[in-house]
Every structure is written in C-alpha cells, then in structure tokens.
Design a binder for this molecule. Structure first.
Ligand code: CO8
Length: 373
C-alpha cells in the first residue's frame, strides 16, 4: 500500500507588522471621529456612542500581541480602515499567487524536490481573491508544475481538509506529490471598525508537500497515520460576501458581508467538539493522548487552545507540547496550525507522535495525526 508523508513545509510572512497598540490607536481615532460626527444623533438617543478598544483586553482575551499584514497603512488610516491592495493587471501575478510561490518554494527545498516531482496543487484557504480561473492553476503555472490544480475553502480548516485530499490523491495514485497551499489574506475580510473583532486576524501563507513515502529518504519528514474531518453547521461564524450580493443592492455595505462571529458561543461550542474529535481520532488509531509529543492547534485564541489541550491530555499542556504562534501572527485562519507545525517540528525525534488540528467556521474540524520518521 502506498503511504503518504509530509516531506516539506514552507511559510510566507508579510513583512509589515501591526502591534496591538498601533491597531488600538487607529481604532480609537476612528471612534472619536464617529462619535463627533454623530454627536447630535447620539445625544438624541438615535445612535449609540462607540466604545474604545484596548490592548490589555486584546492580549488577555485572545493572546494576540501583533499581526503581519499585506498592507499596514490602509488598515491604520482611521478614515479607511481597510488594507490598500491595488487591483492588478490580468497579466501580473495575483497577490495570493505571489504569497503561494514563496511558501511552495520553501516546502520543495525542505523536501529536496523540484516542481518536476509534483503532480498537483491544492490552494486551500478561507478567502479567494477571485472566482476564476482558480488561483491554484495560476500557482501551478508559476511553479512550472505539469499536472492538475484546484481551489477549496473550508474556512479555518481548509489546510487540514486539503491535506486529506492530498493524502487520498497520493495513496490512490493520482499524484506522486501534492502541494497544499494556504494564502490567507484575512485582513481583506476583517471589519477593522468592529471593536469585537478588529484585532483577531493577520495574513500569511503556508505550504505543505504531501508525497509518496517511497519517493522520500528514510527518516525524512512525517508519516501521516490518519486524517479525520468533522463538520457541523453553525451560523456563529459567518461571512455573507458572495457573487449574489450585487443582485440585492440593499445588502451592499452591510457588516455581514465581512467576517462576523459570536465569539463566546464559538469558544464554548467548538472547544469540546475539538477535544472529542482528537481523542476519537487517536483511539481509532490505537493511540492514547499520552502518546502525543505535540499538538499543533489552530491559532484563534490562546485560552481556547489551553482548554482544548487540557481536555485532551487531562492536564495542562506545556508550551512545548502545544506551541503558540498566535501572539506574533494573530489568527491566520487555515494557515495557523500549519505555521505552528512549520516552526515547531524540527526538534522532534524518530517515532515522536503529534496532531495537527484545525477548527473554525462551518463548524469544521480537521485532525491529522503524524509520526516523525
Ligand atoms: N476592547 C475592549 N473591550 C472589548 C473589546 C475591545 N476590543 N471587544 C469587546 N470588549 C468588551 C465587550 O464589550 C465585553 O464587555 P461587557 O462584559 O461589559 O459586555 C467584554 O469585553 C467581553 O467581550 P466578549 O465576551 O466578546 O469577549 P471574549 O472574552 O469572549 O473574547 C474573543 C472575545 C477573543 C473573540 C473570544 O470570544 C474568542 O476568541 N472566541 C473564539 C473565536 C474563534 O475561535 N473563532 C474562530 C473564527 S476563525 C474562522 O473560522 C475563520 C473564518 C475565516 C477567516 C476570515 C478572515 C477575516
């Protein structure tokens, strides 16, 4: 039987950084402008005055300290509060393709492979910058890969669902190797005027090379022992942006065309589901939680990750066991657990077991159990 392994990973980190204090300063300037502009309506009780944000709240509630973004100035301009990413000519590479190429090249280099060794590209992420042609096919061409490519979106679980698709392709023989790429420009769909969520997301792109074990060197990378996916419908994380928006002009500009969530409900409902999914997945592989050396969890909220790790292990996890990248990157949607894996895997030894686990909108949960070769 053909076995699939993760032989390389790559990461593109946009150079621009926004610290919590800078984000909060811009938000609070916007609040002042808004409250001044609407002073009379607020005084008459027709509108509610906006409340300022706070760095102390953000770090305590989420664990986020800063985020990398494609464009900093547009977000920090209190009159704009949206990244400024100019439209490009069709002959130029798209922004997502550019990010993807950097991450893909690093993944191939780590694996010791060239584009000639790869048969497929899956772009798996929360937001695609256009409807078609698929970003993945653009990446395929830019990388010089002869084969096939497609885009998919399962929000924060896009990368783990993409890994399962890659494992299926490799194990069934339709591809020798598959690049799963997650170019996440979360700042493009974040409402920076919303106090409850303006601090949550950042931008990044990850890539993972999944390939046939027999084409890799002994001891290289991670054997994929199994994948388990779980979905359960919920409106608690939602974005109604879509191609039908133009068919009802009254909805254009409403906040639901950007990311919205019921954060508390998500926290309460998703945490137990994730812990159950990981435990059930381990049991199906005749493994126990205490066998795990590492949990590369989705990076949405530090308190949530600590709770999930505690539920799985039956005790607090150390930072080595459940590494955190959310302080530096914020929530990068599907890229988050893969960034944690990319940055915190090289110290593991042969036989060490770990789980990559994503969770988010849908709800969607993806668990990938791996063993260092
Ligand atoms: N500054 C100061 N105070 C604030 C702020 C702020 N910025 N925001 C809220 N507060 C106040 C509230 O008004 C409230 O005050 P009061 O108690 O007086 O009513 C108090 O702080 C507490 O507010 P919350 O209950 O909202 O705060 P929480 O402790 O619940 O923390 C979090 C909020 C951090 C959002 C938390 O609930 C959380 O992280 N939940 C989990 C969310 C999660 O995991 N979501 C996953 C979404 S990601 C995903 O699926 C991908 C989607 C696709 C990506 C799209 C890209 C844009």
């Amino acid at each position: 039987m053909i076995k699939a392994v993760i032989s390389g990973t790559g990461l593109y980190t946009p150079p621009a950084i926004i610290e919590n204090d800078q984000l909060v300063e811009a938000f609070n300037q916007y609040v002042e402008l808004y409250n001044d502009e609407h002073a009379e309506e607020i005084a008459r009780g027709e509108l509610t005055a906006l409340q300022p944000s706070s760095s102390a709240f953000i770090e305590k509630a989420s664990g986020i300290k800063r985020r990398h973004v494609i464009d900093r100035d547009g977000i920090l301009d209190p009159k704009r509060m949206t990244p400024n990413i100019p439209d490009r000519d069709n002959e130029e590479p798209s922004v997502q393709c550019e990010m993807a190429i950097v991450a893909c090249k690093e993944a191939l280099e780590q694996a010791g492979k060239t584009p000639a060794d790869v048969d497929a590209v899956i772009v798996a992420c929360s937001n695609l910058q256009r409807a078609y042609p698929a970003i993945s096919i653009e990446v395929q061409q830019a990388m010089g890969i002869d084969g096939f490519a497609y885009d998919m979106n399962v929000a924060c679980s896009s990368a783990t669902f993409g890994i399962q698709a890659a494992v299926n392709a490799v194990e069934k023989g339709s591809a020798r190797a598959v690049l799963v790429v997650s170019p996440e420009i979360c700042s493009g769909h974040l409402n920076f005027r919303d106090r409850d969520s303006h601090f949550i997301f950042g931008d990044a792109c990850t890539a993972i090379l999944v390939e046939r074990e027999e084409n890799t060197q002994a001891g290289q990378g991670f054997e994929i022992l199994g994948t388990r996916l779980k979905t359960q419908f919920s409106n608690n994380i939602r974005n109604n942006f879509g191609f039908l928006n133009r068919a009802d002009e009254s909805g254009i500009g409403k906040p639901d065309k950007l990311f919205i969530q019921q954060g508390r409900k998500v926290f309460k409902e998703v945490s137990p589901l994730v812990a159950d999914t990981i435990q059930g997945h381990l049991a199906s592989l005749q493994l126990a939680p205490e066998d795990l050396k590492r949990m590369w969890l989705h990076q949405a909220n530090l308190n949530m990750n600590q709770l999930i790790a505690r539920k799985v292990l039956g005790r607090d996890a150390t930072v080595e066991e459940a590494p955190v990248i959310l302080d530096e990157y914020a929530n990068t949607s599907s890229a988050g657990s893969i960034i944690a894996f990319h940055k915190h895997k090289d110290d593991l030894k042969t036989g060490d077991l770990g789980v990559i686990c994503s969770f988010g909108a849908g709800y969607s949960i993806g668990s990938v159990v791996v063993r260092h070769r």
